[in-house]
Design a protein around this ligand. Structure first.
Ligand code: FES
Length: 122
């Protein structure tokens, strides 16, 4: 594991449950749910919308077509819908988002961009 410090304090979760940031040239969604902190790629695998999103329970919701991603695994758990009656049937667009191990050190987050999975308690 190669954790690197982020300039993100755990205090960011006092007012919201998710925030987008950039780290090592990648957009990263950080979310805290039930005391666990999750990190995953912040670009939707459907057609690339930034996941500037609220987190509902354990899933991140893409604001463009509503695809839902499991925070722990990055898996797409609900397919996108371009129109309410028209789910996207293109399986190649249903790939999971990459997740990253994250931990807390002295009140700030550290992330392992080469690892996978999610670890920290907030
Ligand atoms: S771009 Fe995210 S659901 Fe379409």
């Amino acid at each position: 594991m190669a954790y690197r410090p982020m300039s993100v304090s755990t205090k960011v979760f006092e007012r919201r449950n998710a925030v987008n940031t950039w780290f090592a040239g990648r957009p990263v969604l950080l979310a805290q749910v039930d005391g666990q902190i999750y990190a995953l790629d912040a670009v939707c695998s459907h057609v690339g919308c930034a996941l500037l999103t609220e987190v509902e329970g354990g899933v991140a919701v893409c604001p463009l077509h509503g695809a839902r991603f499991d925070l722990h695994t990055g898996a797409m758990v609900s397919e996108p819908r371009v129109r309410p009656e028209a789910p996207c049937a293109q399986e190649e667009n249903h790939v999971p988002l990459r997740t990253y191990p994250v931990r807390v050190h002295e009140g700030f987050l550290e992330i392992d961009m080469e690892g996978s999975g999610t670890v920290a308690h907030g």
